[in-house]
Design a protein around this ligand. Sequence first.
Ligand code: BJ8
Length: 424
Amino acid sequence: MPTPYDEMWEKLNLDLEAHEGLLTVLGKFYGDIYLSQEGRLQGTEYLDFVLSEVHGLRIKELQDAKAAGRKVIGAFCVFVPEELVLAADAVCVGLCAGAEVGSEAAEQVLPRNTCALIKSFVGFKLARLCPFIESCDLVVGETTCDGKKKAYEIFADYAPVYVMEIPQMKNACDRDLWKAEMLRFKAKIEEVTGQAITAVKLKEAIKLVNARRRMLRRLNRLRAAVPVPISGRDVLLVNQISFYDDPVRFTKKIDELCDELEAKVISGQGVAPLDAPRLMLSGCPMAVPNWKVPYIIESSGAVVVGEESCIGARNTRDLVDEGAETLDAMLDALVDRYMKIDCACFTPNAERLDHIVAMARDLQVAGVIHYGLSFCQPYAIESFKVGKALEAAKIPMLAIETDYSMEDVGQLKTRVEAFLEMVR
Ligand code: BJ8
């Protein structure tokens, strides 16, 4: 069926037929998982609208920004300092993909036993399905896990790629490396955009990104109420959208949603029965449209009240210090904030274990589901230590490994239901 965006998608060199198929599947999936929920907040209309226009209006906005001389920078990881991108008046979009659709194309250039997230973004590019990637003037990769690091070498044959080196430990020399990388990235962004990053612009960008983080923290505080006032699925979606919608609009809309949520909390209205087990997710990021596991959990009678993940608390826990006045002091504040990220790519990574236990206690969860993407070694191996830390805190954990296919839904549901029986 023709749409007002066909011409734009054609200019972006998308495979129009395959893309139409993707949007149809996405729409059906969204209807089943999101629109079927009862008692959703009015503010979730914003989420429905953004999702329905994810490849339409938002891409049009990116094209308009480009026509006005702004650059579009794509990133795959929460290590990429968005503040520097915004300070150069560029648009930053999150590119991590959560769909299986391009994996056949990806397997032409990557081993089959590569994690689904990597196969997804490579597949989206090779199969010409992602208008975000096609809109990017620069795609920023990073040396987090080996899979991503090596995949960017292949991806660079198809798109303009720049790779940041991420330290793997947290000693003084690692901080020095990260500061040097921050400066190298600043120079690259200035070169691509033709804009100098000044203290005034960087201060403004730091405040803007902090404001969005603060809003997500407000949402996380409210959603933890008893009874739980919003589904975990909806909160995951808010976090996912935070990576690609305009940050000012997003923060305003989520503020409105939080006001509505607050009223609901005050009046004691919940979306799940009081005795529904409260669970926390921990582990690999869940990029759009990866809603499989939260849906399985919530359709089994539990409710997700927190995500210890990059598309979740790991991305909002730490703010950048806003007190710095000089450009160099601001860069140091950025370095310090980003060094606190507790991705499983670090060794040792004791902070993550402490954060998980503290978060599980704060949220008063009945259990934690550790979510690993198949073939993700950092998170799969770290799940052993996570299990030990939670066991010591007397909090049950179920570790699951899966990918983006639907083949294991029945099996996962059986395991989740057995876990719920145990924690009830
Ligand atoms: S800071 S979690 S966004 S790297 S799932 S591709 S680790 S094999 S995504 Fe991540 Fe940055 Fe870390 Fe966060 Fe590799 Fe694992 Fe795949 Fe992963």
